[in-house]
Design a protein around this ligand. Structure first.
Ligand SMILES: Cc1cc2nc3c(=O)[nH]c(=O)nc-3n(C[C@H](O)[C@H](O)[C@H](O)COP(=O)(O)OP(=O)(O)OC[C@H]3O[C@@H](n4cnc5c(N)ncnc54)[C@H](O)[C@@H]3O)c2cc1C
Length: 502
């Protein structure tokens, strides 16, 4: 059965872009030399038709939705290659590397930061043909899956055919690939129980820039044989290698589920309750705290913050984690007086409003960051204040979506009504306000959406002295700068599109 891939969103007032117009200046001319094209076409299907190139020119980056109103995409590849095996991926990458042609891996194109935008033109490598579970062991709790497999299809097959789950439920479950989860260091909604994807990866198969196929990890639960090489590629956003197969940790299907919901006088009280729950070692799968504005969708009164809790797994463990939540929420003055989990489950993956809002002229996006518990209240306050001070700013709201013993992810949603010719500068200023507040307080630029083109200019500041290590890794693994040029803001020989321009 083929994986099902939903189309990219289109603002309500527009048609999906079909003409080959790129919004951002730069990149390679959209042509491949005839000899290179011939060699590539001998390996796998290569599509040079305009609709395929245009489709590969964007992802779910909300700013690109505005450009879609003018029929434009951020950038254009010269061609789209569609391999279906690791050997074909290796062949395409090797030829491009030899010929000096950039290669940008892409799968679901559900990235929201322009990560799979072909920033230097060249070849867009569509990995959606690499599908299927390759092996599974219920005894060891492991499953091998090809990287282009659609997330929802993968989880469905794992449940139906092997009675297991990996527990990774990103909101984009139906839109993203397993390789995309790994490439972006993704997080699912049940992350407090199952971890982020970097906790789930046991082994990888990766094609390097010169076409060499390597495997990392995958032999044992832990090892002390040098650094963890899996983690070199997890989060590398297609800049260090093309992930072709992933071994993930998997769990028996959960026999029990428990839910509760709580409200707090302030967002800070709710954060403190979450912190105490995690510090006591309880890990309810879902522990999401919504501010007053967002909490109104889940039974809140519009003022009080709302905490939604759901756990699944062994019955004794579920009861224990919910009991810890009840004690800590009670200690922070909550009476368990709301019921919102069922509503959240029903609407958690509904993103239809995005296209409507953009079509109506609203500049809207989300920005997720991570920081220590001690830094979160100040980041929250500063991000809200700085955003609301921007001309054209309308609304900013926030929830805590993923929690850890040492800190959590804050997920901001912002919207504004700048004049149409100021949409892009307003958008850049909004990101500057939230990320500036985060970095000044020592937080992480992104928790799970990654860097893409959107955040690339912040990376040197975000990584500090460690940035030089990443640059050196890139130079060692991809000396000709073939893979996803411009990704992670890394330097390289190819001319790339930039955002913000200039
Ligand atoms: C509505 C919506 C909700 C979302 N919710 C979540 C969420 O809850 N949690 C979350 O983590 N993310 C979320 N995202 C973001 C996005 O879905 C994830 O980043 C996802 O993991 C991207 O997978 P993809 O297959 O679509 O990758 P793409 O968008 O195709 O690519 C993303 C990046 O990964 C690289 N890449 C892709 N595949 C490979 C590969 N096999 N090897 C090497 N590099 C590769 C690309 O070059 C690019 O840099 C959401 C997105 C949307 C639109």
């Amino acid at each position: 059965m083929a994986d099902v891939w939903p189309p990219l969103p289109v603002p309500v007032a527009a048609e999906a872009p079909t003409a080959g117009r790129a919004h951002l200046a730069g990149g390679l001319p959209p042509r491949l030399r005839a000899d290179v094209l011939e060699r590539l076409a001998a390996i796998c299907p290569v599509d040079q038709a305009e609709p395929a190139r245009v489709e590969a020119g964007r992802d779910w980056w909300p700013l690109a939705l505005h450009w879609a109103l003018q029929g434009q995409v951020p950038a254009l590849p010269a061609a789209v290659a569609r391999p279906t095996t690791t050997a074909q991926v290796a062949g395409v990458v090797r030829i491009c590397d030899e010929a000096g042609v950039p290669v940008t891996p892409a799968a679901g194109r559900s990235g929201v930061c322009g990560g799979s935008v072909p920033k230097a033109g060249g070849v867009a490598l569509d990995l959606r043909g690499l599908t299927g579970i390759t092996w599974a062991s219920a005894e060891d709790g492991l499953v091998g899956v090809r990287a282009g497999t659609n997330g929802l299809a993968f989880e469905g097959r794992l449940r139906a055919e092997h009675a297991m789950t990996v527990g990774h439920w990103p909101q984009s479950m139906a839109l993203a690939s397993v390789g995309g989860w790994v490439a972006c260091r993704g997080a699912g909604q049940y992350s407090t129980r199952y971890g982020k994807v970097e906790d789930m990866v046991n082994g990888l198969e990766v094609v390097l820039a010169d076409g060499t196929v390597v495997t990392t990890g995958g032999r044992a639960p832990r090892s002390a044989v040098g650094p963890d090489l899996n983690q070199v590629f997890v989060g590398s956003e297609g800049t260090l290698g093309v992930v072709t197969e992933v071994t993930l940790r998997a769990w028996p299907l959960p026999p029990q589920e428990g839910r509760s919901a709580w409200s707090f006088a302030t967002f800070g009280d709710g954060l403190e309750a979450c912190r105490r729950v995690l510090r006591r070692g309880a890990t309810p799968a879902v522990l999401r705290l919504y501010d007053g504005r967002e909490g109104a969708r889940f039974g809140g009164d519009g003022e009080r913050s709302v905490l939604l809790v759901l756990d699944e797994g062994d019955g004794a463990q579920v009861q224990a984690s919910l009991a810890v939540v009840a004690e800590e929420a009670g200690a922070l003055g909550s009476a368990g007086d709301v019921e919102g989990v069922a509503r959240w489950l029903e609407h958690r993956n509904d993103v239809a409003a995005l296209g409507e809002a953009v079509g109506a002229g609203v500049v809207v996006d989300t920005c997720e960051i991570a920081a220590r518990w001690s830094a979160l209240p100040a980041i929250h306050a500063a991000a809200v204040d700085r955003f609301l001070a921007l001309p054209g700013a309308a609304v900013i709201s926030c929830h805590q979506s993923h929690a850890y013993p040492d800190g959590a992810c804050l997920y901001f949603t912002f919207a504004g009504f700048p004049p149409p010719d100021a949409a892009e500068s307003f958008y850049a200023a909004a990101w500057g306000a939230i990320e500036g507040a985060t970095l000044e307080a020592g937080g992480a630029l992104s928790h799970h959406h990654g860097v893409g083109l959107l955040r690339s200019s912040f990376v040197p500041r975000a990584l500090g002295s460690g940035h030089a290590v990443l640059v050196a890794l890139k130079a060692a693994l991809d000396p000709r700068g073939t893979l996803n040029p411009g990704g992670l803001g890394l330097p390289g020989p190819h001319q790339v599109v930039a955002w913000p321009a200039g």
